[in-house]
Design a protein around this ligand. Structure first.
Ligand SMILES: [Zn+2]
Length: 248
């Protein structure tokens, strides 16, 4: 997991992004043609067969990225990391994955802006609630297990603690699901590891394991190692250990 990515704390509350209503650079008929071409063919997102289609697709993707990046306050819809103004550094994210739901791959209500690590970790995991069927794109917040970029306020389910770690607010199931699905534990590990000074590299690996494992014995084993590493770290590193001890 990356340790170099710039992080930006959401000092203002994060409210849901409004859904993009229409495209400015792509005509309605061209948008419809994208839907038809993508239906049953999720690979169409990665490569389009003709130059003309490539041009339309590029415009579509660029507009979606610009719109949702701005609408989300320049933050990843899941982990709130800052998204730079460079399209090659973040993704147009399919909230419901395109691999299993190619018919809604070009629906504006199913798109958002996400950082690469969240998008990769989430991949083709199921995010809709049990019994909910897509298509069409489900429209209620309760239709989703994940914190939805357009239907949920991020702050209602997730929060930063005093160490800049993302946690599920009031242990909310949606928040916990999002952390698990996007492997935000990896980002959290990188953030907490900063306080471990020279032991930072080892601490990050150990923290990743600590967040990943459910068994108490494994968590304790990593806490032992972190305790040793904390001796060379800052006062905050020791405060982090205390906090993690309470969470085992
Ligand atoms: Zn992210």
């Amino acid at each position: 997991m990356t340790t170099t990515m710039e992080t930006t704390m959401a000092s203002n509350s994060r409210i849901k992004a409004s859904v993009m209503k229409r495209l400015k650079t792509v005509k309605a008929a061209q948008h419809q043609a994208l839907r038809v071409a993508g239906n049953g063919n999720p690979k169409y997102w990665k490569s389009q067969p003709t130059v003309g289609e490539q041009e339309i697709f590029a415009k579509f993707k660029a507009e979606v990225k610009d719109y949702y990046r701005a609408e989300q306050g320049f933050l990843c819809c899941y982990c709130s990391v800052f998204l730079h103004d460079d399209h090659s550094t973040f993704d147009a994210e399919h909230i419901i994955d395109k691999s299993n739901h190619s018919s809604i791959m070009f629906e504006l209500s199913n798109l958002a802006a996400a950082c690469r690590p969240c998008n990769r970790a989430k991949n083709r995991k199921q995010v809709i609630a049990a019994g909910v069927v897509a298509p069409p794109v489900p429209t209620k917040d309760t239709d989703y297990q994940i914190v939805h970029p357009h239907l949920d306020n991020w702050d209602d389910y997730l929060e930063f603690d005093e160490f800049d770690r993302i946690r599920a607010k009031n242990q909310s199931p949606k928040g916990a699901f999002t952390i698990r699905t996007c492997k935000i534990g990896g980002i959290n590990a990188a953030r907490l590891a900063i306080y471990f000074g020279k032991g930072r590299g080892k601490a990050e690996k150990s923290l990743q394991q600590f967040f990943r494992y459910k068994q108490k014995s494994k968590k304790h084993a990593h806490l032992d190692l972190l305790r040793k590493l904390a001796r060379r770290g800052t006062k905050d590193a020791r405060a982090i250990i205390k906090r993690l001890e309470q969470e085992v």
